[in-house]
Design a protein around this ligand. Structure first.
Ligand code: TRP
Length: 320
């Protein structure tokens, strides 16, 4: 079975260092090894909020982030949900393959409902994982690089693929999730790194914004800097961040700082992050909104051709 990589992001805000070390670096590596699709999951934005918000601007910024980190449109097909009607058409037969009870059991959906600010939970909230199965299966994806929260969706995808193959004909490979190995990078306050919590260093932040964020990061008053994730999680997280940027171990970074205290730690982290992001930020400046439109236009055409072929196969297998 030839590997086919598919992954994607909801365009809800700028990407940050957590995304970079969690998945973007991995994608940049994979693009040289396997054919790959990267999806801008724009329709999925309206699962946990009523309105898509600044959707066009968020899509442009997401694409600039992709280009900045080195995703190469000559190697990777970058496309949008909303440009591929065949994904919606695959949703219908796929929905017939899963039960309402199975949809309701999805832990990630449950978690999103618990954290949602919406008045009412929409039908899309329960069914979007099946739409996500179409995202993965339209190109016969076999490898899905994602974070832990997406594992239930990959399970739904495997269920859909398996049942379709059993009920109709062998059309789909069963995809596997591929998880990053990095230690989970936390936000600067020790919580999950997230733009909406104001604790994330975005790829597009300026050097001054980065310095200001790190200055505010939570630490402790022990002058001797040690890497002790158990007892000093905030200090350990800053050391992890510096280590990732410098390609050194966090212990090694801690030893270098010694008894320099939180101020030295923050100075070192700021320099390490800004140094690391400099080429990424520079590349971001080199691309325009027009470049982005062109990349998406071409990606959408390529993805749509693939989706049309799969939908034809699906219809034929079902006897329509
Ligand atoms: N659900 C993913 C997220 O919230 C985005 C996504 C949509 C995705 N379709 C996908 C990820 C298919 C991997 C494969 O980030």
């Amino acid at each position: 079975m030839k590997p086919m990589v598919l992954t994607g992001d909801r365009p809800t805000g700028p990407l940050h260092l957590g995304h970079y070390f969690g998945t973007l670096a991995n994608r940049v590596r994979l693009q040289d090894v396997h054919p790959m699709y990267v999806l801008v999951a724009d329709y999925q934005v309206i699962t946990d909020r009523d309105l898509p918000g600044e959707i066009q601007s968020n899509i442009t910024q997401l694409l600039l982030d992709y280009l900045a980190v080195g995703l190469d449109p000559a190697k990777v097909t970058i496309f949008q949900h909303s440009a591929i009607p065949e994904l919606n058409q695959l949703l219908l037969p796929f929905l017939s393959l899963v039960s309402v009870a199975e949809l309701g059991r999805n832990p990630t959906v449950k978690d999103e409902i618990a954290h949602s600010s919406q008045q009412a939970v929409s039908g899309l909230m329960f069914t979007y994982p099946v739409h996500q199965a179409a995202d993965i299966l339209f190109c016969k994806g076999t490898l899905v690089p994602v974070g832990k929260d997406q594992l239930p969706h990959v399970e739904v995808t495997r269920l859909v693929a398996r049942r379709f193959n059993e009920r109709y004909a062998e059309v789909f490979p069963l995809p596997e999730a591929m998880m990053g190995e990095q230690p989970l990078l936390k936000g600067l306050d020790g919580d999950k790194m997230s733009k909406s919590r104001g604790n994330a260093i975005t790829l597009s932040a300026t050097e001054d914004e980065t310095a200001a964020l790190i200055r505010k990061a939570r630490t402790d008053s022990d002058r001797l800097i040690t890497f002790d994730p158990e007892n000093r999680p905030e200090v350990a997280n800053l050391l992890t961040l510096a280590g990732l940027c410098l390609k050194r171990s966090p212990q090694d970074v801690a030893d270098e700082i010694g008894d320099g205290g939180a101020a030295s730690l923050k100075r070192l982290v700021t320099e390490a992050v800004n140094e690391f992001l400099r080429p990424i930020r520079k590349r971001r400046q080199e691309h325009t909104a027009d470049d982005v439109r062109m990349v998406l236009r071409e990606g959408n055409v390529r993805a749509r051709e693939r989706a049309v072929r799969t939908l034809d196969e699906v219809r034929a297998a079902m006897g329509f």
